[in-house]
Design a protein around this ligand. Sequence first.
Ligand code: UDP
Ligand code: MG
Length: 333
Amino acid sequence: MDASGVAFSKSLSIVVPCFDEADVLVEFHRRLTSALANQLVDIEIIYINDGSTDSTADVIGDLRKTDHRVGCVNLSRNFGKESALSAGLDHARGDAIVFIDADLQDPPECIPSMLDAWRRGIDVVAMKRADRSSETAFKRASAFAFYRLLSVLSDVDIPENVGDFRLLSRRAADALRSLPERNRYMKGLFAWVGFKTVELEYKRESRLAGKSKWPVLRLIRLAFDGITSFSIAPLRLASFGGATVALLSVCYAVFVVVKTLVFGEAVAGFPTLAAMVAFLGGVQLMAVGLLGEYIGRLMIEGKGRPLYIVQDVQLPAEIPVRRTSGLIDNSIS
Ligand code: UDP
Ligand code: MG
């Protein structure tokens, strides 16, 4: 019921992927619930415990005891954030779903404005980082380079500086669920499904506690995943590079022959040969490596393994209905 007593049946699922977030979860939950306190919507909050090794599972268990809207999906090991988000997507039952990080870098206070956009009929509300000043210069520079490269190479338009913090309507969520691929480059998939989308700007805060689970190597891997799962341009680049090198070699051969016939100059054989062999060898290895990347992806898709394995799930039987009329929060059961 909303404040005027009119039935308001919309519900919202909040999906929070957590990997070793015991230090921040209580504060996160407090800020989340107070940000949502005045919202006229039934909510469930699903914490996805992505194989945490600290006491994250216990902290979520405690939250469940004090707040009946909390649900928990424990994965059998650490599958990575992208899979954790997919697990959340599969278990969420709301008319809309919000994905939010547990470390309070995505401020829960933004959710009401996301809900406003959704109520106006928007399917995807993507939160755009207006200011990345809290991140290291290296991370900012590499993110900038990555987004540039991806937008040049990729066939779908993947928006810049938009992360996983977003709201999806039920139909956008169902569309996303229907995509069969294993390789979940979520930012790209979100963009791929389309629908009415708006971007809202927000300021990304620093992590409240703990540390980022994205070391440089893992970020590079994510960048590679993003490019290879959304573009075959690199393959074309390999063919194009190969053709260019072959053409240049032919020109060079003609030049050498002409030089010998016309000017009678002897050909200095070995250095030319060595340089060409090394160069061609390098180009070929690169092209083969690139092919390997794509074939590897085919293999992973071909195996058809699930994205994640669930160890156990504890969800409220259904999305708890706000028990009070008016604007009073009902977080304590
Ligand atoms: N996360 C996860 N599984 C992982 C790595 C991260 O569920 O394997 C979660 C993490 O708990 C956090 C969110 O994904 O809620 C974002 O992770 P993090 O803060 O480490 O990434 P960053 O903000 O540095 O991009
Ligand atoms: Mg973070």
